[in-house]
Design a binder for this molecule. Structure first.
Ligand code: F6R
Length: 607
């Protein structure tokens, strides 16, 4: 989490730093700060709250051409001005912005305190300027390098020295950092999004690399002192700042962008005649596919839910074992990695620390891991080396919506490829391909007539607890719906496999408890009907997402929301839509900050 931006060049630094922070704000938005070099001194300004608060309170900033800035997502230490970055050494001659976690901060802090350092914040990050000062003998690169030898943990940092107005030192270990090489200016950022406003020529720092950055150069080396061949890449992804296109919130806009996002994900990838698909980035021949004996999807949050759908589709259509794993659990539990398993790391941002950690663990154990990623050039995409982009376009709202449906779409394309090397006939393959091709219009059809979302909102908005139920593919949709309602509306809820309800959660039901059942017309529908009757018998108020025309299910519900008919393996692509809208409308009704919900950040780059 946290966004870092640095600027050195011939233009005014401050407006560029602010613009950079605005673009990085999705990474964290508890507090923000800036440090500028001017006349041999470091000027800083920090504020609790959004970047806009920082900007509004800037009082007579110096006219500087060099600076660093930060937008924070608190880990160590509360949300206060003292804990906001940049942090300074005692004399205020060294300023640091940091993204990551210093794991041995207690030991380092104690050592520095023994030397007389008085800490001004509760953060782990503040050890860095003091430690760098401890090693500083006039050479910025050497001082930062020596300090980082003492540090355990993850970091992306940018460091200013009052004595050296002509450089910024940057280093990375586990938290991404990219340097953009412009025309007489150089920028440093946590990800490529704010860099493209300046240049598309970039250098991605790798772990344990340190860079001395000037207005027209970058000198890169490893922390062990060995030289690095600086590879300049030209990035081509779509990093334009998304605008709200007249929608009141990015979340609503992104929900409505799903038809075009799915369309983009499918474009050029469906082979209708052959009843097949092609994901070029996987670089797999049919023979390679045939050698895959199982698939494991690793991911977090919404991406994990997409992974569940993908795994179920692979088992159902390609008939090989497949599962989804929560990345933070998987990476730490001594996983068994076999060479004939294909792993997918699914991630919108491509920066999620736990997913990245799982990728590294899988690769270290000799496993074959590919990315299913939205942000082009992101760390997970580059770490995997191969995979597929989902092309959902920039997702700005913290709650993931169009990334989910695009991830599911990409995984269904892969399922078709895999299934065609196994038991899926030409005719069946063509039918699957046709269904996929029709998905954008099915999604658009629903979004044009979303059904009684207002009525459903009235049922859940003041409820102390909401239970989401679903079976099979619909369980994954229920999980995603409950996650959205928690994130956006802060309504207490949970999702359960409907069959598991009677083993515990049924005890939560009382007169009027809202129960949302995802029950499209599939071969689990009849069992879902029994579950609906069970909850109704306990006085629950029933909201049901059902297939349009399924009057029997609709008649059972207090609020019935129809979605277009699609085959069971594609059903989450439509059943999730009313759940996204329900979370949105409920958040709105409760006055929540829809695009920036409390305590969250778009990109979770810490463990
Ligand atoms: C939910 C949400 C999160 C993310 C999760 C993984 O709306 O956005 O649960 O899905 O943090 O993020 P990525 O996909 O960037 O790895």
């Amino acid at each position: 989490m946290c966004g870092i931006f640095g600027y050195i060049g011939s233009k005014k630094a401050l407006p560029r730093l602010m613009e950079g922070l605005h673009r990085l704000e999705y990474r964290g938005y508890d507090s923000a700060g800036v440090a500028l070099l001017h006349d041999g001194r470091i000027w800083t300004h920090r504020r609790v709250g959004r970047v806009i608060q920082l900007e509004r309170t800037l009082n007579e900033p110096p006219d500087s051409r060099t600076g660093i800035a930060h937008t924070r997502w608190a880990t160590h230490g509360g949300i206060t001005e003292d804990n906001a970055h940049p942090h300074l050494d005692t004399e205020g001659r060294i300023a640091v912005v940091h993204n990551g976690i210093i794991e041995n901060m207690t030991t380092l802090r104690a050592q520095l305190e023994k030397e007389g350092v008085v800490f001004r914040s509760e953060t782990d990050s503040e050890v860095l300027p003091h430690l760098i000062r401890h090693f500083y003998r006039g050479n910025p690169l050497e001082a930062v390098n020596s300090a980082l030898q003492e540090v355990r943990g993850s970091y992306g940092i940018a460091v200013l020295f009052a004595d050296h107005p002509d450089c910024i030192v940057a280093a990375r270990n586990g938290s991404p950092l990219v340097v953009g090489l412009g025309d007489g200016e150089t920028v440093i950022a946590s990800d490529p999004q704010p860099v493209v406003a300046h240049t598309r020529r970039v250098v991605y720092l790798e772990d344990r690399e340190i860079a001395l950055v000037t207005a027209d150069d970058i000198e890169l080396q490893r922390l062990d002192g060995t030289a690095v061949n600086t590879e300049v890449e030209v990035i081509s992804g779509d990093y334009d700042v998304a605008d709200q296109r007249g929608y009141p919130h990015f979340m609503l806009k992104e929900i409505h962008e799903q038809p075009e996002a799915i369309e983009r994900c499918l474009r050029g990838r469906i082979q209708e005649e052959e009843g097949n698909a092609r994901l070029g980035g996987l670089n797999m021949t049919p023979r390679d596919l045939l050698q895959v004996n199982s698939v494991t999807n690793v991911a977090c949050g919404t991406a994990y839910h997409a992974g569940l759908v993908g795994a179920m589709a692979i088992e159902a259509l390609a008939r090989i074992p497949a599962r989804a794993e929560i990345a933070s659990e998987y990476r730490h539990r001594r996983p068994i990695v076999s060479p004939d398993t294909l792993f997918f790391a699914i991630s919108q941002s491509g920066e999620t620390a736990d997913t990245l950690g799982a990728v590294q663990e899988i690769r270290l154990k000799g496993g074959h891991c590919m990315g299913v990623v939205n942000v082009v050039g992101s760390t997970i995409a580059r770490e995997c080396g191969a995979g597929t982009y989902v092309y959902a376009g920039p997702e700005v709202a913290v709650a993931s919506t169009k990334a989910f449906t695009s991830q599911v779409t990409a995984l269904l394309l892969f399922t078709l490829m895999l299934a065609r090397t196994r038991n899926l006939s030409l005719g069946e393959g063509r039918r699957v391909a046709r269904v996929l091709k029709e998905m954008p219009s099915k999604v658009a059809e629903y979004l044009q007539r979303p059904g009684p979302i207002d009525e459903a909102t009235a049922v859940v908005r003041d409820a102390p607890y909401v239970l989401f139920l679903g079976r099979g593919f619909s369980y994954a949709a229920a999980l995603e719906g409950a996650l959205k309602l928690k994130e956006i509306a802060y309504v207490a809820c949970e999702a359960y496999p409907a069959g598991e309800m009677k083993h515990g959660p049924i005890a939560m039901l009382e007169e009027g408890t809202p129960v949302l059942v995802v029950a499209p017309r599939d071969d689990q529908r009849d069992k879902a009907i029994s579950n609906m009757k069970e909850v109704q018998a306990r006085g629950a108020r029933l909201i049901v997402v059902h297939t349009a025309g399924d009057d029997e299910v609709a008649a059972l519900a207090d609020v019935a929301i129809p979605v277009p008919p699609v085959p069971y393996w594609a059903s989450p692509l439509v059943t999730v839509l009313p759940l996204q809208l329900l979370a949105y409308q409920t958040g709105l009704a409760l006055g929540r900050d829809i695009d920036r919900p409390r305590n969250l950040a778009k990109s979770v780059t810490v463990e």
